[in-house]
Design a protein around this ligand. Structure first.
Ligand code: NAD
Ligand code: ZN
Length: 689
C-alpha cells in the first residue's frame, strides 16, 4: 500500500483486455479493495449491468451483477456477486409506498434473482440498480467520509467537487435511498457521483475502466484538498508524548490480560495491540477527549468498533480499570434503553471493543483474532476520517438513534443469527511447548480446529517456521504464532509468555510438552545426561508452568494446564532412570499445581502417552536405536513390537494424544483437576491406583 496522500491506479489494460464484463467487474472490485484507504475491509460494493441470456427463453435480458451480502471486494470471487433481473428490480418501485416497507423490500429483492444465484443481495442493491449507468462503485473512502462526516458536509462537497458531484443527506440504505440516488443521477447528467452524508461515496461510468478511474479521481481530489486545507498539526497537536518502545510494550502487556479478564466472563475475547504513528498521533492529541466520545460516523465503522471507544490511562490500576469498564457497560446499557424499539433484539455484549491508551496505543478485543484486528483497522479508518473532518470543519458522529437503528436492525440481527455456532475453543489462547514436534503439532492442529489461537514455542527454528506456515494456510495466519524458546531459560520462557499476551491478550490453555529422551542404564548415566533430562523435562515444565500460571491468575478467568508426561511417570522402565524419574517429577508438579490452582479455577492435568512412534522426532534419533538394541529387534520392527505389547493391540498416534489434551483443555472436563489420562493402548503397569 502506498503511503502518499493519493491512491495509485492499479489498472492494467493488457489484463483487462482478456476479461468479459463480469470478469472486468471482479477485476475492478479486487483493485479497489486492495487499498484500505479506498474502502475498509468488507465495506462498499460494486456493480455492472450486463446483457445475459435468460435461462428459460434464451432471450438477452439486462442483469445487475452486484456484490452480495457479506464478503470483501478486495478478496471476493465471482461467486460473491448477487445477480438480479433489472426489469424485476425496476418493478419493485411500483410496490414500494413508504419507509416502513424497507425491510419487506429487502426480502422482495430475493424474487428478482437471476439464474437461481444463491448469493443474497445486500441492502445496497437498489442504490446500484437504479443509477442509470452500466457501472457503479460504492466505497467508504476515508477522505470522502471525512467530508461526509463534517458539519459543513454540504458546502464542502460543493466547494471541492463543484458540479460533478451531488450530495444526499444521511439515510439508512435501502430502496428509498436507491430511488433518490437514481433520480438525482437521471436529472443531472453532469454528475459522476454522489457524496452520501455520514456514509461514503457513489460513483459511476459507462465502462468498467471509466468507473474505476472516476472513483480514484474523486477520492484523490478529496484527499489532496483535505491535505492542503486542513489545520496542522492534526488534532490540535500533541498533549502527551509516546512512551519509549519498551515502555509502550510493557504497558500493553500489563493492560491486555487485565482488560481481557474483565470483559471475558461471558464470552472469551482475543486482544490486539497497535501503536502505529496514526494511532499515536490521535491518542496523544489534544482532541482525543473531545473526539473519541462522538463515536464513529460511517455505519460500517461502528458495527465493528461499537459506537464509541473507551479511553484508558496507561497507568490505570485494578480499581481504576474496574471503574472504567463498569462505567462503559452502564453507558452502553443506558444507550440501549434510550434508543430501543418495542421489537428490538436483546442488548448485546456491553463491553467496549476499542481501548485508546494515551502514550501507549490502541487495544481491541473481539471473539476471534481476525475480528479484533479488523476492528482495529476500522478504527484507524475512523481516525483518518476524524483527522480530515476536524481539520477542515467540525467532525460529527451519526445521531445516536440512527446508530442504534443500524446496530440493532432486525436484518442485522437475522444476519448474526445465521452465523455458525462458535467452536468449542473459540476465543481461547493455547501455548504449546515443543509445538513444532510430533505430539505438539498434533495438539496444535486439534486445538486450532476447535477455534483456539495457538502459540507454538520450540527451540527448533526451522521446524517451527515450517509448522507455523502450514497451520497459517489451514487455519488462517491470524490464529497462529511461532516463538523460538528454550524451555530451560527463565528469560526465554518469560519473553515467550509475554509475546503470547501481546499477540492475543492472554492465555487460557498451557501445554507442557517439549521434550527429549536421553537414556542409559543407571551405571552408565553421566551427570550431564542426568542434568539434561532434569533441566529440559523438569526445570522446563516448572518454568513454563509457573509463567503460564502467573498469566492465568492475572486474568482471573481460570484456565487449563496440561502436562504431557509419560507412561514412565507411573511405571518404571529399565535403562532410562533419568527420564523416568523426571517424568514422575513432572506428574507430581502437575498435582502440586492443581492444589494451588484450584481456588483460582486453574486446572492442571496430565496426559501419559506411550510409544508414539509415528511423527515423533524422539523416535527418529538415538532413542530408536537404543530401544531396538535393548529389545533385541530391528528398528523397523519397533512399531509392531509396541503395538503387540499393548493390551488393546493398537498403535498410538500423536492425534490420539491430542484428543486427550483437547478433553482437558475444553470445558467438558471443567470439573476435573489433578488427574492423569493414559493414552497408551492399555498398559497394566501404568493403571491408576
Ligand atoms: N513419542 C513418545 O513415544 C512419547 C511417549 C511418552 C511421552 N512423550 C513425551 O511427549 C512429549 C513430546 O514428544 P514427541 O514425541 O512429540 O517428540 P518430538 O521430538 O517430536 O517433539 C519434541 C519437541 O520439543 C522440542 N524441544 C526439545 N528441547 C526443547 C527445549 N529445550 N526447549 C524448547 N523446545 C524443545 C523439540 O524441538 C521438538 O520439536 C515429550 O515430553 C515426550 O517426553 C512422548
Ligand atoms: Zn456503505
Amino acid at each position: 500500500m502506498s503511503n502518499s496522500i493519493t491512491v495509485p491506479s492499479l489498472w492494467d489494460d493488457a489484463k483487462a483486455a482478456a476479461l468479459d464484463e463480469p470478469g472486468l467487474l471482479l477485476y475492478r472490485s479486487n483493485l479497489l479493495g486492495a487499498d484500505l484507504r479506498i474502502t475498509n475491509f468488507g465495506g462498499g460494493n460494486t456493480s455492472a449491468k450486463v446483457a445475459m441470456p435468460d435461462p428459460l427463453t434464451g432471450d438477452q435480458v439486462d442483469v445487475l451483477w452486484v456484490k452480495g451480502s457479506g464478503g470483501d471486494i478486495g478478496s471476493m470471487k465471482l461467486d460473491g456477486f448477487a445477480t438480479l433481473y433489472m426489469d424485476k428490480l425496476e418493478s419493485l418501485k411500483g410496490l414500494y409506498k413508504s419507509l416502513d416497507q424497507e425491510d419487506a423490500m429487502v426480502h422482495a429483492l430475493n424474487h428478482c434473482t437471476y439464474n437461481l444465484n444463491p448469493r443474497a443481495p445486500s441492502i445496497d442493491t437498489c442504490l446500484h440498480g437504479y443509477v442509470p449507468y452500466a457501472h457503479v462503485d460504492h466505497v467508504h473512502s476515508d477522505a470522502v467520509i471525512a467530508i461526509a462526516a463534517s458539519k459543513d458536509q454540504v458546502r464542502l462537497t460543493q466547494e471541492i467537487f463543484g458540479k460533478e458531484m451531488g450530495y444526499l443527506p444521511w439515510q439508512r440504505p435501502g430502496i428509498d435511498l436507491g430511488i433518490k440516488l437514481g433520480e438525482m443521477a437521471k436529472a443531472n447528467p453532469e454528475l459522476v457521483g454522489v457524496v452520501l452524508g455520514s456514509h461514503g461515496l457513489f460513483t459511476w461510468g459507462h465502462t468498467a475502466k471509466e468507473c474505476y478511474d472516476t472513483t480514484l479521481r474523486i477520492i484523490n481530489k478529496a484527499a489532496v484538498w483535505l491535505d492542503r486545507n486542513r489545520e496542522k498539526p492534526a488534532f490540535k497537536g500533541e498533549k502527551v508524548q509516546s512512551l519509549s518502545d519498551g515502555d509502550r510494550r510493557a504497558a500493553a502487556l500489563r493492560l491486555l490480560p487485565e482488560i481481557r479478564g474483565r470483559i471475558s466472563k461471558h464470552e472469551r475475547k482475543i486482544g490486539h495491540f497497535v501503536d502505529s504513528p496514526e494511532v499515536m498521533e490521535f491518542v496523544n492529541s489534544n482532541q482525543l477527549e473531545a473526539l473519541a466520545p462522538l463515536g464513529t460516523s460511517c455505519p460500517d465503522h461502528f458495527l465493528r468498533t461499537k459506537i464509541r471507544p473507551l479511553i484508558v490511562p496507561h497507568d490505570a490500576d485494578a480499581a481504576a480499570l474496574d471503574k472504567l469498564i463498569d462505567g462503559y457497560r452502564a453507558d452502553y446499557a443506558a444507550y440501549y434503553e434510550r434508543c430501543k424499539h418495542t421489537d428490538s433484539p436483546a442488548i448485546r455484549d456491553p463491553n467496549a471493543v476499542i481501548y485508546l491508551v494515551p502514550r501507549v496505543g490502541m487495544l481491541s478485543f473481539a471473539k476471534d483474532k481476525a475480528t479484533a484486528r479488523i476492528a482495529a483497522e476500522f478504527y484507524v479508518n475512523a481516525i483518518n476520517v476524524m483527522r480530515g473532518a476536524s481539520g477542515v470543519s467540525a467532525y460529527q458522529g451519526l445521531p445516536e438513534q440512527e446508530a442504534f437503528n443500524i446496530e440493532y436492525w432486525l436484518l442485522e440481527e437475522a444476519k448474526l443469527s445465521r452465523m455458525p455456532k462458535p467452536k468449542s475453543l473459540a476465543g481461547r489462547v493455547a501455548f504449546i511447548t515443543g509445538g513444532a514436534g510430533g505430539i505438539g503439532s498434533a495438539i496444535a492442529s486439534k486445538l486450532l480446529s476447535e477455534g483456539a489461537c495457538v502459540v507454538l514455542a520450540d527451540i527448533d527454528q526451522a521446524s517451527l517456521d515450517e509448522v507455523t506456515a502450514g497451520f497459517g494456510k489451514t487455519y488462517g495466519k491470524d490464529n497462529i504464532r511461532g516463538v523460538k524458546m528454550d524451555v530451560t531459560s527463565e528469560d526465554a520462557v518469560i519473553a515467550a509468555m509475554n509475546e503470547t499476551a501481546l499477540a492475543f491478550g492472554g492465555v487460557d490453555i498451557v501445554v507442557n510438552n517439549a521434550g527429549i529422551t536421553l537414556a542409559a542404564a543407571v551405571e552408565d548415566t553421566t551427570l550431564d545426561l542426568w542434568n539434561k533430562n532434569m533441566s529440559i523435562l523438569g526445570t522446563g515444565y516448572f518454568l513454563v508452568g509457573r509463567e503460564g500460571y502467573r498469566l492465568l491468575k492475572r486474568q482471573s478467568l481460570g484456565g487449563s494446564m496440561i502436562f504431557i508426561c509419560s507412561k514412565n511417570a507411573v511405571a518404571a522402565s529399565p535403562g532410562a532412570s533419568a527420564y523416568c524419574s523426571v517424568k514422575a517429577a513432572e506428574l507430581h508438579l502437575a498435582r502440586c499445581m492443581a492444589l494451588e490452582g484450584a481456588p483460582h479455577g486453574i486446572r492442571v492435568n496430565a496426559v501419559n502417552p506411550d510409544a508414539v512412534l509415528r511423527g515423533s522426532k524422539i523416535w527418529q534419533g538415538p532413542w530408536r536405536q537404543q530401544r531396538a538394541a535393548s529389545l533385541k529387534i530391528t528398528e523397523d520392527d519397533l512399531e509392531e513390537h509396541y503395538r503387540k505389547r499393548s493390551l488393546l493391540q493398537r498403535s498410538v498416534f500423536p492425534e490420539d494424544i491430542a484428543e486427550g489434551v483437547y478433553f482437558f483443555a475444553s470445558d467438558v472436563s471443567n470439573k476435573s483437576t489433578g488427574n492423569f489420562l493414559n493414552i497408551d493402548a492399555g498398559n497394566a503397569a501404568s493403571f491408576t491406583r
